[in-house]
Ligand binder design. Structure first.
Ligand code: ZN
Length: 150
């Protein structure tokens, strides 16, 4: 969405002429149906080509469509984006000797932990200490102890 700088007054009946330059660049023909979009909170209103095939840009849903950051999206996709659902910055590594129940403190030999930590650090050299701790089911203090032994 860009600002056009074109300003037109509404007439006494609330009508407005959509400038020919805009109609041409948007490919809008005379008598073509247009649909209004509005965002009352932001005081923003837009016009788009109307068609029955109008659907969410991401998932093609036709339910509860809304204009979001310049794209027509369904409510679910907008919510997903706001909550970053399905977005993971770091892939969770597969650790072979990961305990089935994280809460139970299983004593694992230091050598085995060192081996796992070394493998994790190789696969994810930029991960934080807290992330190594979480992946191995250990405290951050234990991780820094182990790092000293590497
Ligand atoms: Zn969607």
């Amino acid at each position: 969405m860009k600002r056009t700088g074109i300003i037109r007054p509404l007439d006494k009946l609330g009508r407005i002429v959509i400038p020919i330059e805009i109609r041409n660049s948007m490919g809008i023909d005379n008598s073509e149906p247009l649909e209004f979009y509005m965002d009352v909170e932001r005081g923003f209103m837009g016009l788009g080509k109307y068609s029955n095939g109008t659907s969410c840009k991401l998932c093609n849903s036709i339910h509860e469509l809304n204009y979001f950051k310049g794209s027509l999206l369904c409510k679910q996709c907008i919510l997903d984006m706001k909550g970053n659902v399905g977005v993971t910055s770091i892939p969770v590594p597969a650790v072979k000797d990961k305990p089935a129940n994280k809460k139970s403190k299983i004593h694992r030999p230091t050598l085995q932990l060192l081996k796992s930590l070394r493998q994790l650090m190789r696969e994810h050299p930029k991960a934080k200490q807290s992330e190594y701790a979480e992946w191995l089911g250990l405290s951050q203090g234990r991780i820094s102890q182990l790092k000293k032994l590497l």
